[in-house]
Design a protein around this ligand. Sequence first.
Ligand SMILES: Cc1ncc(COP(=O)(O)O)c(C=O)c1O
Length: 457
Amino acid sequence: MGNLNSTAREEDGPPALSKRGAEAAKPAISYLPEMLAAMGDLYDPETNPEGYVVAAAAENKLLYKDILEPKLCEAHRKLSEVAEHELFSPYYGDMRGMPNVRKAVAGLMEELVVKKKKLDPDCLCLTPGVTSAVNMMAFVLGNPGDGVLIPAPYYPAFDNDLHTRTGLVPTPARMEKIKIDQPEDVPGLPVQWRITEASLEKGLAEAKAKGLNVRIFLLTNPENPLGFSHTVEELETVIKFVRKHKMHLISDEIYAGDCHSAREGDATHVSVLDLTEGDDIHVLYGMSKDFGLSGHRMGFIYTENKDAVKSISSLSGFQSVSGPAQAVLYELVSDLDFVRSYVAESNRRLRDACDKVQGHLTSLGIEFYRPTASLFFMIDLRKYLSAPTWDAEMELFQTFFKNKFIITPGKACHFKEPGYYRVCFAAASEEAMALLCNRLSKVLASVQVSNAAASDE
Ligand SMILES: Cc1ncc(COP(=O)(O)O)c(C=O)c1O
């Protein structure tokens, strides 16, 4: 018998991956290698005081220990005590989610996401995370090479979610920045970002000039990376626009319950499904943000498009949520009293954490766009770049990394101009976020302030 380790193709090397397999080997987001390295060496006041503070992942870690963990332990205890078939089937079944779980999820979404409409559990499909839900919808609604119009700035991973496996092409429609009169006591830059009809038509014209056939519009509401809820007027503009141009509207409402601003006049969450319905509207939600359970990998697609439901059902076999995971989810979300008190407490803690980080940044003279919802906001560090370039933005990011903290560079969020960074204020404890601000102030003190940032984004 010959040597099994040698191949007939020794000179050529092993057979290559497919083109799409090779393309998928790229990091899903540009700064992922640094983020994973930092996550493996996290700051801990006792065991790792020199570790990293990671404020680049949109996570809410403020309620896990005292509120979520006991609730999850209770769910797991129940699972271990009751014969499993009473809570979930140990056999094959409906891969898009067990009927009782989909019913409970419909109830959860009526509580936090879609407040004016009764949701039909038969229109719901479970996926392992909203990442998977976005990829699923891209597969079901678009053809390879089709454009997906997205209000920009937008969430870094959408490029990967929409393109990998499905070959769709994300293309931005830049929101307008509108100067506003802002009361003295309100922190942040006096600017509102808005989706307008003109911004959408311009984005579409640019997509067409690139040769793209745009059939899908992807909205994130509340918005990521700026952290605010879109107004009813903006949502109506989007709905009219998608219908005029015969597009599907995917509305990612994963931050629906994170409307933490208590200030009068700040928009709260309204779902597109509160304003309209139809086969062209698809709403996504999940457990990673409002419930801080990103490791549980749990996402939901709500669509009344029966053909889409059929496709998703067939495809669910490739990416379904396991029965035990659904059983734990059921225990959590079917207890609506728990959900209500959890979300109220979550928003109280988010408000507090956000105020504290903003306080540190203000004392360092750093400007930012004030958030009213979600888990992050954008800060303006343009004057600290060595030059007004994307390379300089990445260079400063690398300096932050060397100094043991991570915030998201604006390029990844599709900002138009270098020098903005996204800070996730709930991704670490109050003490860790104070340390991050301290490390940031040391880095900024050591770099030369340039005048390069005179222009506005
Ligand atoms: C807008 C948006 N959609 C989807 C996701 C991914 O969610 P999941 O963890 O459910 O895959 C994120 C995570 O940051 C996000 O910000």
